[in-house]
Design a protein around this ligand. Structure first.
Ligand SMILES: Nc1ncnc2c1ncn2[C@@H]1O[C@H](COP(=O)(O)OP(=O)(O)OP(=O)(O)O)[C@@H](O)[C@H]1O
Length: 310
């Protein structure tokens, strides 16, 4: 379990992480989302003791990273920009870490197999594709069978097979009871693997909830309704405080009123319903809604891709 209390990082007069108080629970995959420059990597680096907080604290199972007795068995991380010697083979790279921590050679073999690298284990890492390097980085993070797993943008460079593998792996680790924290720009991936979402913008926490809760709280959630007399239903719903839009001739969009209340209102008006469907926004829409105006970098078409600085 990772616990942050008022965690803050300031670079000169730029507050990169601003008073974050969070708990990353074991047994779940937690998605860590935010536009470019939101403070995700800085937060992860503070968890791992690679940067000191300017204020506040972060602990792993109650201890700061530097106080952990055997860090490799407590926390494993893939952090972008990790330095790896390109002349070493995958096996040699893992062997150096394993021998320093008393990890068996069998475990190295198992991790190389798990990461789909057993056929290239004797090749220099310098010849690896980005996807193969990511797989090796993930194998390295998991070498000590850590209770907490931190993966910064792990989907970068992975092909379809790799994405599928990582999706299954993250879920498996959570099922084993590990705390899994994954940052990504790929909203669709997060939607598929994360049980819970933490969204940052400009270093501040703007959401910490499940995807369903996010959708429930979204301004973009509505109920699509169609009945035998849409005009009449529109009047009845408006009288109950709902905002009702007629977007198509035979379709109403109802905001601020739930399915049950809409159904009962139609019944009261003796109207036969033809359609009553809850429509929830995609994670992309939610993300834009939540971070609107808070991105350091905003692309011309959407927030997920790197663009010009605003
Ligand atoms: N060593 C540093 N010195 C000065 N500023 C820094 C440093 N590291 C990060 N920052 C700044 O802190 C802010 C947060 O950066 P960070 O890399 O944590 O964001 P991020 O959410 O991981 O973004 P991205 O998705 O683009 O990697 C940015 O404004 C960045 O310029």
């Amino acid at each position: 379990m990772i616990e942050m209390k008022n965690l803050t990082k300031t670079f000169k007069d730029n507050i990169s992480v601003n008073q974050l108080s969070l708990v990353i629970q074991p047994g779940v995959v937690t998605g860590f989302l935010g536009p470019n420059g939101a403070g995700k990597s800085t937060t992860m680096k503070m968890i791992l003791g690679l940067m000191n907080p300017s204020e506040g604290s972060v602990t792993i199972d109650g201890q700061t990273y530097k106080d952990l007795k055997l860090p490799i068995s407590k926390v494993g991380a893939l952090i972008n920009g990790d330095a790896v010697n390109p002349k070493l083979t995958a096996w040699q790279h893992l062997e150096i870490i394993a021998s320093a921590s008393g990890i068996s050679k069998k475990r190295i073999d198992n991790m190389l197999k798990e990461a789909g690298l057993e056929n290239v284990k004797d090749k220099p890492i310098g010849t690896f594709s980005l996807g193969m390097k990511q797989r090796l980085g993930i194998a390295t993070a998991l070498l000590g069978d850590p209770e907490t797993v931190i993966l910064d943008e792990p989907f970068n460079g992975l092909d379809v097979d790799g994405i599928h593998w990582l999706r299954g792996l993250a879920k498996k680790l959570a099922r084993e009871g590990k705390a899994v924290l994954v940052s990504s720009h790929l909203m669709s991936e997060m939607q598929m693997i994360a049980d819970r979402m933490i969204i940052l913008a400009q270093g501040k926490l703007i959401a910490d909830m499940t995807i369903d809760e996010l959708a429930e709280n979204s301004l973009g959630s509505f109920v699509k309704v169609s009945c035998e007399d849409n005009h009449k239903l529109q009047r009845l719903l408006a009288a109950k405080g709902a905002e009702v839009k007629q977007v198509k001739k035979d379709e109403l969009q109802v905001y601020q009123l739930g399915i049950k209340q809409i159904g009962l209102t139609a019944k009261e008006g003796q109207l036969a319903l033809y359609e009553l469907t809850k429509v929830q926004p995609s994670l992309e829409q939610l993300f834009v809604e939540l971070t609107e105006g808070k991105a350091d970098y905003v692309s011309t078409d959407n927030l997920m891709t790197e663009g010009r600085k605003t």
